[in-house]
Design a protein around this ligand. Structure first.
Ligand code: SF4
Length: 752
């Protein structure tokens, strides 16, 4: 696996996972290019992928399991000892408090869903019932709304949409749309198409837009409600679609008929004429696709905004037609789309999409409640850094009886762990993501390793297999039968697996990832054992998306599985058609029930809700986590990759900077109700006056080479509060934090 040869792999920095080809020099990714053979990205990348060697080699990699000592230092231990001790500690927690007291967090990130899937076996083995991940501070509100309406995740048809609407979304920087910059430019250049952006900031995407609606920060709900109100009041809604494909319109339409558009326009600060023009363009378009993202999902009324986004396209008939919104196929769904909601054991917070809301995790630990979480398993995630209120999250992690972290580096969370297990990097093992949400050509790529695992590390699939065996969870006879059957061929293996499931369905399904890894895995070519779980997923694709699978040229699940194993640049696993969306709708007669009573009440309450949350003490709206060309998720544990803005400047308008006496490059103190941090000022008139923004991905405590650490920029969650969140989904309002900004006085304590 060395120089001169181009290896197929993918970028792991965002959910688009653009295909790459790389040349390897020793352990370095020496050359990186877009993979023209990748059926989704077709050679496209943004600037960030080309810096991926800074993930592979930039941080201090772990090369041995670590056990924490009472004084906080770590002792390297061998794998057998680590597995034995951790299994014993897990048994102890289960014995004393039950498996449901063990919370599983993470296991996927943007690039390692394949190995993350194996944690399911460990959850089953210890009897865990609760899990969470980053989706539970971003997307669960939208998932809950989707579950109520079309019954599952919906996606736009960006290549064909006549009108593309981006709500709190800047695909130029945050992507999400495949080949985002190319697609945005195509829409912008085509006079027959229209791009609408709803965003307080004049983002790079907004600069390409035909219609930019700039609501005041936090007032998106009024803006969207006014858009729908114009459509309803001017009788522009699609009566035929509503009558044929939906129910409950009589509870929804009168609400919008009663909205005072003039007043709502004033509340959100968007000229009424611009709202009316946009509403008419959307209503009269042949097709509309919309994309809402963290700009609104991390702000006030987030779940209501999701509902209004979806009503916008439903009331205009933009579902299941070319260019409009679609239900789609998956290799594996990333969340549970379910309207039946469980609650957390201590605070009774709603677990939308089956996930514990990130913001309540400390409250589920720092209590004497008998059902509190006592242990936490963290896989490829860094909640101490990435979730709201770092000090309290650290306190919660430190209060656990057991914290185990699986990661490639000693992250901020790993430093608090009782055990740290070193994983092979995403370029050293078989990997894949399950962000298979494209329409109409839905793409999956199994990535082969491009270099051997670093000595001392293991792929997660192997880590979980060892633990599950150490816990004695795998019945020996079943395992032996599956191994023998796998050697005989895939048909005998399928029969043996079904036999095991018939004998003990709960255990066989619960342990399926590990049973596949240990049984089928050794028979797969080129050491691709972690790909074994794809066999189950190929069967799932055949069961759930048979027509699309066959249109993509895969006659059977086995043929699809073989193609997954051999097509190094990825493959189209389903060819979806717009009409495919309807069979996915789970409601009676495939009709979409429009009313969500709780959100209709929220809509009714909108006139009495505050449109601003700032005060004299905290007069700015701070957007914490702005996506920029030089920001990425925190798997880059080095600052080397940033060519400019290495510490993540605090942006605000020239007028505000001047008023505060802050010149570009000056150091300011930014203070919220939770904390303070110092940041370098950058002037950016694309923001609105009264707004400020800090980028995501900084604030890591990086090794200084002397045994200590240096923090690179602002750790955003030292500024955020866990209670500042959406009342329905629990998602934090990170893009709308009241803050104060002032020049840093000489000699002042920056953490005041
Ligand atoms: S859009 Fe950029 S960051 Fe996202 S996967 Fe592609 S190259 Fe990576």
């Amino acid at each position: 696996m060395t120089g001169g040869v181009w290896h197929h792999t993918a970028c792991i920095l965002c959910e688009n996972n653009c295909g790459l080809v790389v040349q390897v020099d020793g352990r370095r990714l020496a050359k990186i290019r877009g993979d023209k053979e990748h059926p989704g990205s077709r050679g496209y990348t943004c600037n960030k992928a080309l810096r991926l060697d800074d993930y592979q080699n930039g941080g201090d990699r772990l090369t041995s399991p670590l056990r924490r000592n009472p004084d906080g230092t770590f002792t390297p231990i061998d794998w057998d000892t680590a597995i034995r001790e951790i299994a014993e500690r897990l048994r102890e927690v289960r014995r004393e408090h039950g498996g449901e007291s063990i919370l599983f967090y993470g296991g996927g990130g943007q690039g390692n869903h394949l190995n993350g899937a194996y944690k399911g076996s460990l959850m089953h083995a210890v009897g865990a019932r609760y899990q969470s991940n980053a989706l539970a501070q971003e997307k669960t509100g939208e998932a809950w709304v989707d579950a109520h309406l079309a019954g599952g995740h919906t996606v736009g048809d960006w290549e064909r949409a006549e009108v593309a609407v981006f709500i709190g979304k800047n695909p130029w920087q945050s992507h999400g749309v495949p080949r985002a910059r190319t697609v945005l430019q195509q829409i912008a250049k085509d006079p027959a198409r229209t791009m609408v952006v709803i965003d307080p900031v004049r983002t790079e995407t907004a600069e390409l837009a035909d219609l930019h609606l700039r609501p005041r920060p936090g007032t998106d709900a009024w803006c969207l409600a006014a858009l729908i109100a114009v459509i309803v009041q001017e009788d522009l809604h699609d009566r035929a679609f509503i009558a044929r494909h939906t129910t409950g319109a009589d509870q929804v339409l009168p609400r919008f008929a009663g909205v005072d558009v003039t007043e709502y326009a004033e509340r959100c600060g968007v000229p009424e004429a611009r709202i009316r023009e946009t509403a008419r363009r959307i209503a009269n378009a042949g097709s509309v696709s919309t994309y809402e993202d963290l700009g609104v999902q991390h702000g006030p009324n987030a779940t209501l905004v999701s509902y209004l986004d979806k009503l916008l396209w439903l009331l205009t008939g933009n579902f299941a037609i070319p260019g409009a919104m679609q239900r789609h196929s998956w290799v594996a769904p990333l969340a549970r789309y379910d309207t039946t909601v469980r609650t957390t054991p201590v605070t009774s917070a709603r677990m939308l999409a089956g996930l514990v809301p990130c913001n309540v995790i400390p409250d589920e630990i720092l209590t004497d409640h008998p059902r509190r979480f006592r242990a936490m398993w963290v896989d490829s995630a860094n909640p101490v850094h990435s979730l709201a209120d770092t000090p309290r999250m650290s306190e919660a992690m430190s209060a656990l009886d057991l914290l185990v972290v699986v990661d490639v580096a000693l992250t901020e969370t790993a430093r608090l762990a009782h055990y740290v297990l070193p994983a092979a990097s995403q370029f050293e093992k078989w990997e894949a993501t399950f962000f298979t949400t494209e329409h109409p050509h839905n793409v999956f790529q199994l990535r082969a390793p491009v270099m051997e695992p670093l000595d001392g590390t293991l792929p997660e699939a192997e880590i979980y297999s060892r633990l599950v065996h150490e816990l004695g969870a795998v019945p020996t006879a079943t395992e032996r039968m599956l191994r023998v059957a796998a050697r005989l061929g895939r048909r005998p293996f399928t029969a043996a697996f079904l036999l095991a499931a018939a004998a003990d369905r709960r255990r066989t399904i619960g342990l399926a990832p590990t049973l596949l890894y240990d049984g089928l895995g050794p028979t797969l070519p080129d050491g691709a054992a972690p790909a074994a779980v794809l066999w189950g997923l190929a069967l799932r694709v055949r069961r759930e998306h048979r027509d699309g699978m066959r249109r993509a040229g895969h006659r059977t699940a086995s043929a699809l599985f073989d193609a997954m194993l051999t097509e190094r640049s990825g493959l189209v696993f389903t060819e979806d058609e717009p009409g495919d969306s309807w069979p996915y709708v789970p409601h009676a007669d495939r009709r979409i029930p429009l009313p969500i009573p709780e959100l209709l009440h929220a809509l009714d309450d909108l006139p009495s809700q505050p449109a601003t949350h700032t005060s004299e003490e905290f007069p700015f709206v701070l957007a914490a986590g702005q996506r920029r060309a030089e920001s990425a998720n925190t798997i880059f544990r080095t600052n080397q990759w940033r060519r400019r803005d290495p510490h993540g400047a605090l942006r605000l308008t020239a007028t505000d900077a001047e008023r505060l006496g802050l010149a570009p490059g000056a150091t300011a103190l930014v203070t919220t109700r939770r904390g303070s941090a110092r940041a370098t000022i950058e002037v950016d008139d694309r923001l609105q006056p009264g707004m400020a923004a800090l980028p995501n991905g900084l604030g890591l405590d990086l090794p200084d080479g002397d045994g200590g650490t240096n923090r690179n920029g602002v750790a955003l969650n030292t500024l955020t509060e866990a209670a500042w969140r959406d009342p329905i989904s629990g998602a934090p309002w990170h893009k709308h934090i009241p803050a104060r900004i002032e020049p840093l006085r000489e000699g002042a304590d920056q953490t005041a």
